[in-house]
Design a protein around this ligand. Structure first.
Ligand code: MLT
Length: 317
């Protein structure tokens, strides 16, 4: 079986793949036309990607392709309609990066509260200013709202509670009794969570219902000093309205790992209004980028490839 891995991937899993007799082509710089060209020239049966887009055009022009694995949560970067039309299996690796994303969320919460980036930056400029950060609130006893109580939302709640945050949340697929069993105050809607929370973190997939949900009307319901965290998908935010609200509400901060139209390339220039804004702390879509998460995802991808090569079917992990 020939597998093309077209995104940054666990070295350990790549070695395991080769040891299992799989022919692996690893090129994490591929995207767009270069990915399409390699799919045609190498004719792999399996394609593994993280956030690189797999378009209908690529799929239609790659007759060798039988199976696409999204090495992450969700399948929103894959044209699943085209895959289905061409009888190509699509699978993802849900849950394997939950801890890594939850850890990043805690990092963003603490960074905003203690203004860590400014702390670092002043010291790097050779300046000492202990008084500049005396307004930091502290997070104990404040309320964290979690929109989306799936695997990642649950990991966030566990970590948040250990920091003394009160946790509430909403999820159409989780009942109030399930949430209460996890020590999470349950609300039926995101709007109700918005009204009571000091910090709100989003853990929902990108769907027609969630796209643009971080918008003026949502932010109008939030507290003046709310902190919003988005490590899910860039298109959850209506960035024009978000930027306007950042200007209008001096106490409102935003921290994110994802951006509308973020680059497909792994390394390039990136000048983005949100990332540049002084009240936005941004990271480089690194939510799943820990060795632990990459290994778990890599081994799950390997399990699926091995099963597929024997049975032409894949079970959920
Ligand atoms: C995910 O959805 O799991 C991540 O966003 C994948 C990635 O790191 O590109």
């Amino acid at each position: 079986m020939k597998v093309l891995v077209a995104d940054l991937f666990s070295q350990a899993a790549l070695e395991e793949m080769s040891n299992s007799g799989i022919q692996v082509i690893y090129n994490h710089a591929l995207n767009g036309d270069s990915l399409k060209a390699v799919l045609q020239s190498e004719a792999p049966e399996v394609l593994v990607v993280r956030s690189t887009k797999v378009t209908g055009d690529m799929i239609a022009s790659s007759p060798s392709l039988e199976f696409i694995i999204r090495a992450g949560a969700g399948v929103d970067n894959i044209d699943c309609v085209a895959a289905s039309k061409n009888s190509i299996y699509v699978a993802n690796c849900p849950g394997k990066n939950s801890v890594a994303v939850a850890e990043l969320v805690m990092g963003h919460i603490l960074s905003v509260d203690r203004r860590l980036p400014e702390n670092y930056s002043l010291l790097k400029q050779g300046k000492w200013n202990k008084g500049a950060f005396s307004e930091c609130t502290g997070i104990k006893g404040r309320k964290l709202g979690i929109i989306g109580l799936g695997a990642i939302g649950k990991e966030v709640s566990i970590r948040a509670k250990s920091f003394g945050l009160e946790v509430c949340g909403t999820d159409p697929f989780v009942s109030s009794s399930q949430a209460h069993a996890l020590g999470i105050e349950y609300f039926n809607t995101a709007e109700e969570v918005a009204r009571v929370s000091d910090i709100i973190t989003f853990h929902v997939p990108s769907t027609p219902q969630t796209k643009g949900m971080i918008n003026s009307s949502f932010l109008a319901l939030c507290k003046e000093n709310v902190v919003i965290i988005n490590t899910s998908r860039g298109d959850l935010a209506n960035e024009t309205e978000l930027l306007r609200e950042l200007e209008a509400k001096p106490g409102f901060w935003y921290a994110c790992d994802v951006y509308l139209g973020e680059p497909a390339a792994k390394e390039c220039d990136f000048v983005h209004a949100l990332a540049q804004h002084p009240k936005v702390y941004g990271s480089h879509h690194i939510g799943a980028s820990t060795k632990q998460a990459e290994t778990a995802i890599g081994l799950e991808a390997l399990r699926m490839i091995l099963q597929y090569s024997k049975t032409r079917k894949v079970d959920a992990g």
